[in-house]
Design a protein around this ligand. Structure first.
Ligand SMILES: Nc1ncnc2c1ncn2[C@@H]1O[C@H](COP(=O)(O)OP(=O)(O)OP(=O)(O)O)[C@@H](O)[C@H]1O
Length: 344
């Protein structure tokens, strides 16, 4: 589908128009998700008040925040299931408010409490979902086969949904959300109720979908699990404040925690490090110091060179894994941050 078609309101979309297939290179200049000044209200209650952010293509963003802050509401707005009071929402190049049906074809959405047709087989569930997204034969059969393969459901095709385990039901529900090969996948608490092995499989699956070209937004309260696959962290702090942070390396500049140890102790080490503007959150340990470093490889090299030139006997400078819970606590606490804060 070309860009002109993307701008068409839903009235111009034939009911039986085939669903668009994943085209990762389309409209590559625009972020995959663009939210500008989003306002949403339930009767008498404003839940989202002027929220703005963008999500890059092929990212996996962990959406988190306190219970009741509005994560599900935000997802439902993005999925064109809630109509905002005001604001601009574009997903995969589509204006969500002007063209919700077209948007549904570009998006896969898994609700926090999803239902399945328990009497249908796995294959029938997927086939029904594909057709509901406007896909016709023979493409529907091809897409069902693709989803079955991608989700490892080969041995369950003829099983009824009602007979599946919790983990397999979750897989099938994700299969229904991706069968039409959407560009954006929204998953609301996808890991709830899954055992550790099923969670690990889910993490692997989400990474594979990202590698396949999808952009994912995943809400969860379980930060350790989000950490396994997320590239970005989106914290809804309250109805008016949202914080976006890149948490894995996809270019040279990203926040990392470094550990530095010396061959012999130097009492002036902390003071020296604190002079570097890229260094923050210094902590002294028995045999090392750790700190957050906001800079690229060149800045890290400059820091090391400076220490060596000033006679610090550096014996090790290594990177520690940055825990999502640290990033979350800093993002949540950062009350002085602007309403839309971004950290890269
Ligand atoms: N249909 C509704 N009518 C009125 N208020 C609602 C409705 N749905 C949700 N709310 C309220 O809107 C706020 C945001 O709810 P939402 O479900 O989006 O939060 P959440 O961050 O997803 O919560 P949780 O982490 O508990 O799943 C809550 O205060 C909730 O009570």
């Amino acid at each position: 589908m070309n860009d002109t078609a993307q701008q068409m309101p839903d009235e111009a979309l034939p009911a039986d128009a085939p669903a668009p297939l994943l085209t990762p290179d389309k409209a590559a200049h625009e972020p995959m998700v663009v939210v500008e000044n989003l306002v949403f209200e339930y009767p008498g209650k404003r839940v989202l008040d002027n929220i703005s952010f963008t999500l890059p293509r092929q990212s996996i963003t962990a959406l988190t925040g306190a219970n009741g802050v509005g994560k599900t509401t935000l997802m439902r707005c993005l999925a064109a299931l809630h109509t905002p009071f005001s604001g601009r929402l574009r997903v995969a190049g589509v204006d969500v408010v002007a063209a919700p049906r077209l948007c549904h074809r570009r998006i896969g959405y898994l609700a926090d409490f999803f239902g399945l047709y328990d009497d249908l087989t796995v294959y029938q569930c997927l086939s029904h979902a594909a057709r509901a997204h406007g896909v016709r034969e023979p493409q529907a059969a091809q897409l069902c086969e693709g989803a079955i393969h991608r989700l490892g459901l080969q041995n369950h095709c003829n099983a009824r949904a009602g007979q599946l385990s919790r983990g397999m039901r979750q897989r099938l529900a994700i299969g229904q959300a991706i069968v039409h090969e959407p560009e954006v996948l929204l998953l609301d608490e996808p890991a709830s109720g899954l055992d550790p092995e099923a969670r690990r499989n889910l993490s692997q699956l989400l990474l594979e979908l990202r590698d396949y070209g999808m952009t994912l937004l995943v809400s969860s309260h379980i930060l350790a699990e989000l950490e396994e696959y997320s590239t970005h962290l989106l914290i809804l702090r309250d109805s008016r404040h949202i914080h976006l942070q890149q948490i894995t390396e996809n270019d040279d500049h990203y926040e990392r925690r470094l550990r530095l140890s010396l061959a012999e102790p130097r009492p002036d080490l902390a003071e020296r490090l604190a002079q570097d503007r890229h260094v923050e959150g210094l902590e002294s340990h028995e045999d090392a110091v750790t700190f957050l470093f906001h800079g690229g490889r060149a800045e890290q090299h400059a820091l090391l060179r400076d220490l060596l030139e000033n006679g610090f006997p550096v014996c090790c400078l290594s990177e520690e894994k940055l825990h999502l819970s640290d990033a979350y606590m800093r993002g949540i606490r950062n009350a002085d941050a602007p309403r839309w804060s971004v950290e890269e």
